[in-house]
Ligand binder design. Structure first.
Ligand code: NAD
Length: 463
């Protein structure tokens, strides 16, 4: 059993359960309002004393040690989330990459130098990127390691201190990672971790005057609540997605089916940028769907610790029941389940639905589970209209050989990013990531997150 805590002053704990076997895998501190206040005050004492070289070294050393402990971290993430070990191993690799890039970027946070004329005199202005101060980072349950890294690593690179609040559904991996950072030389005041329930600690973390910035990843409704509580603080919001894969009638259908299943089922379909809707031209839909079903039936689901498993569980049984109900409702609206649709506790089998109506809740809202809903359309204009027809706008993918058509679609989609011959789940530490509409405000991606987590100071001198 893993007992994770950094502060735990209250002596109260809560249980973290494995969604597959429904057994306790560890305990985390059930922090109170006062514990959170203490964590904020401790983190505010950080005096920004680490040089860029020191910060870079801490991040790099942590990255290397994370890689050495890859199996331990993957196992812990799988145990607390039910996400299969194949995916959590990949997650450790992604976290490693993000840490390495953050350690490099820490050394090159610079500004501009601008000769100016003000009145009749010439002057020289230069800009500095200074740390925003104290950052509160709130993370979701899916990808409990990498979601922590993409917030904490750029915050450290930019010389901020952080109060981290991981999801109460999966706090253990984040705690283990925080311990790793401290073991590798991060001053304790630079990172405090608060765990527990939002109703105990949410309000103080969002509204405390010592917090300068809130970076939040989670659902849209939580994001909307957060905005109301933070007041005049800097905000970075990475919220839900309902990302489409658009398959045009000239597409390589084998390739399209592979992209579709990878994007729809990775991390048990619980990815903000996962494929949530597959928008397919009617002319090729029958041929595409045959391949999609074949690929889907090749996916093994169930025991997350089995190295052969492609799809583990979702976060808990309640979430799986919700997915099941949405599939049933889509069927009532006219959809057909072609494969899957089976639930065993928190595990839901990889499922393909065809003839899904764009108005069905399954696709009108974000469905966080291993479901590949196919929406058939007549032409490119209808595909764009449906792709844009929800409140979300995170990423999108297009499968076509026709570059002009791709450019037309890329231009007309209201999203934060779009890929050709890629699912919307494309990712790299080097590119910006974030949404438009209700999918969020601001950009992650290490260099861009550092930009968000710094403020510009301008110095002007006679020249
Ligand atoms: P959630 O919104 O329920 O919770 C996210 C975090 O917010 C958790 O740590 C939770 O404890 C905390 N929280 C909840 N209410 C709070 C409150 N009132 N005050 C302060 N904190 C509060 O989300 P989830 O279910 O953990 O994650 C799934 C959602 O996250 C999906 O919608 C998914 O799309 C989204 N997500 C988005 C991205 C992205 O980068 N855009 C990435 C991953 C997940």
């Amino acid at each position: 059993m893993f007992v994770g805590t950094i502060l735990n002053r209250s002596g109260q704990f809560f249980e973290v359960k494995n969604p597959y076997k429904v057994e306790v895998v560890g305990l985390a501190s059930r922090d109170s309002h006062y514990d959170a206040e203490y964590a904020i005050k401790v983190a505010k004492t950080y005096d920004h004393r680490l040089s860029s070289t020191d910060r870079s070294k801490v991040l790099r050393n942590t990255a290397e040690e994370l890689l050495k402990k890859k199996e331990d971290f993957a196992l812990l993430a799988t145990q607390e989330t039910g996400i299969c070990i194949k995916d959590t191993r990949n997650e450790v690799d992604r976290a490693y990459q993000n840490l390495v890039v953050a350690s490099e970027e820490a050394k090159r946070i610079g500004g501009d130098c601008l000769p100016i004329v003000a009145g009749q005199t010439t002057k020289l202005a230069w800009t500095l990127r200074e740390p925003v101060g104290l950052v509160c980072a709130i993370t979701p349950f899916n990808r409990p390691l990498n979601q922590t890294v993409v917030k904490v690593a750029p915050a450290i690179a930019a010389n901020n201190s952080v109060v981290l609040k991981p999801s109460e559904k999966a706090p253990l991996t984040a705690l283990a990672f925080a311990n790793l950072l401290i073991k590798n030389g991060l001053p304790e005041s630079m990172l405090t971790v608060v765990t527990g329930y939002p109703h105990d600690i949410g309000e103080i973390l969002l509204s405390h005057p010592l917090i300068d910035m809130v970076t939040f990843t989670g659902g849209v409704s939580t994001g909307e609540r957060i905005v109301q509580q933070t007041g005049l603080k800097k905000l970075l919001l990475e919220l839900g997605g309902n990302d489409p894969l658009i398959v045009l009638d000239d597409a390589d259908l084998e390739k399209a089916a592979k992209i579709a299943t990878e994007g729809a089922f990775v991390t048990s379909g619980q990815s903000c940028r996962g494929i949530k809707r597959i928008i397919v031209m009617k002319d090729i839909a029958d041929q595409f769907v045959i391949r999609l079903v074949r690929e889907t039936e090749g996916k093994k689901w169930g025991d997350p610790l089995d190295p052969e498993t492609d799809v583990g569980t979702v976060i808990d049984e309640e979430a799986a029941i919700n997915i099941e109900n949405r599939c049933m409702d889509a069927v009532k609206d006219g959809a057909k389940i072609l494969c899957g649709g089976e639930r065993r506790g928190a595990a839901f089998s990889p499922t393909v639905l065809d003839y899904v109506q764009p108005t069905s809740t399954l696709v009108a809202c974000e469905t966080f589970g291993p479901v590949a809903p196919v929406i058939r359309v007549d032409n490119v204009s209808e595909a764009i209209e449906i792709a844009n027809g929800t409140v979300y706008g995170l990423q999108a993918g297009v499968v076509t050989r026709d570059f002009e058509n791709f450019l037309y679609i890329a231009k007309n989609l209201r999203v934060g990013g779009v890929g050709l011959m890629e699912g919307p789940n494309f990712d790299s530490p080097f590119i910006p990531f974030g949404g438009v509409k209700k999918s969020g405000i601001g950009r992650e991606g290490i260099r861009y997150a550092i930009g968000e987590m710094t403020v510009t100071k301008t110095v002007v001198v006679p020249w």
